[in-house]
Write a protein that binds this ligand. Sequence first.
Ligand code: ADP
Ligand code: ADP
Length: 228
Amino acid sequence: MITFDNVSKQYDNNQIAVKALNVEIKKGEFFVIIGPSGCGKTTLLKMINRLIPLTAGTIWINDKRISDYNIHELRWSIGYVLQQIALFPHMTIEENIAVVPELKKWSKTKIHQRVDELLALVGLEPAKYRQRKPKELSGGEQQRVGVVRALAADPEIILMDEPFSALDPISRTKLQDDLLEMQRTIQKTIVFVSHDMQEALKLGDRLCIMKDGEIVQIGTPQQLLQNP
Ligand code: ADP
Ligand code: ADP
């Protein structure tokens, strides 16, 4: 599904963030990238949707090089969830979720139904939340909207960069549980960045441990726990 073939990234200041990396992420897999701050996790994620260019190597999505995709086609087929809640403050929750469906010119009826379905999926009663502005929601609720916004147009791939790390422990556990439940239902390919081993072991079908821009270990939680 997503293949990294000898991918390297060197920033303009000569900082080498990712070194000749090879990995294959399978369709429907919950893949967690874990490692200390500065090891290249975010760089790896951002290369997938072409937020930053590669220095060397190739990334393939569904047997097509990412460089061969139309940029909009690529971005719209990939949901992206960030650590900071980045809802548009002037828009309602419904409008926030509808951004990509609108770009894709979905009908009003289809968008409305989709918004209801997504809010319900993360336990936010649609009638109560649809017309609210982000500031009328708690941090955990906003992050929930951030997660479903990334799912709105039914992307094949979802990239998540420490999406829950700004939350209090209770909201965090709840959202992790919701995400696992959601993944069972929607079966998307998820690439999830974390620096928290507990979280990685709980969520991941497979974990990739990075250090200094390289993969030092890769496997299922069970494999990693048996060979630490
Ligand atoms: P992580 O997500 O694991 O914390 P990053 O991918 O953000 O790591 O960063 C990997 C390395 O690349 C770090 O040493 C970081 O300082 C460096 N880096 C990240 N972004 C930039 C940038 N825009 N310009 C220069 N160096 C960067
Ligand atoms: P910027 O204003 O920094 O260019 P963007 O317009 O790319 O930011 O994105 C604004 C917000 O919209 C981000 O929080 C991002 O998560 C979300 N977003 C952008 N593109 C998509 C997408 N294809 N699917 C879901 N959410 C998206």
